[in-house]
Write a protein of this length. Structure first.
Length: 126
């Protein structure tokens, strides 16, 4: 999405909700579910906060980078996957965790990641 369009939308939201433009901009920049650039069909968000980090999230994130051939913050050339590292997803007891669009995947392993990515590539709907 073009930056000027984002700014214009934020201004309109601020007017509509009687907020300052700064309040809207702060909110949009804080939450990962308000992407400020184009994302793929599946937005993969890997939690890298403490519980997940201690359960191997960094290794899973690196594994996903290698598997998808993209870095964190990037989208695959076919626009299917966007990879992000995010703060706590609120499911610390089932770490490591990732969220793809609105679906949570918990107690992740490399084998589970392989299965999930394969199913999504085959067109599984979330
Ligand atoms: S630390 Fe990962 S879900 Fe809370």
């Amino acid at each position: 999405m073009k930056w000027a369009i984002i700014i214009q939308i934020q201004k309109q939201v601020a007017q509509l909700l009687d907020l300052s433009e700064m309040e809207v901009a702060e909110t949009v920049s804080f939450y990962t579910y308000f992407p400020r650039q184009g994302v793929g069909k599946y937005q993969i968000q890997v939690c890298t906060n403490v519980s997940c980090m201690l359960s191997g999230a960094e290794q899973l994130l690196q594994y996903l980078e290698e598997k998808l051939k993209i870095k964190v913050g990037e989208t695959t050339p076919d626009s299917i996957f966007t990879l992000s590292a995010v703060e706590c997803l609120g499911s610390c007891g089932t770490a490591p965790v990732m969220q793809i669009n609105q679906t949570y995947y918990e107690n992740l392993t490399k084998a589970k990641v392989d299965q999930i990515i394969e199913e999504l590539r085959k067109g599984k709907e979330l």
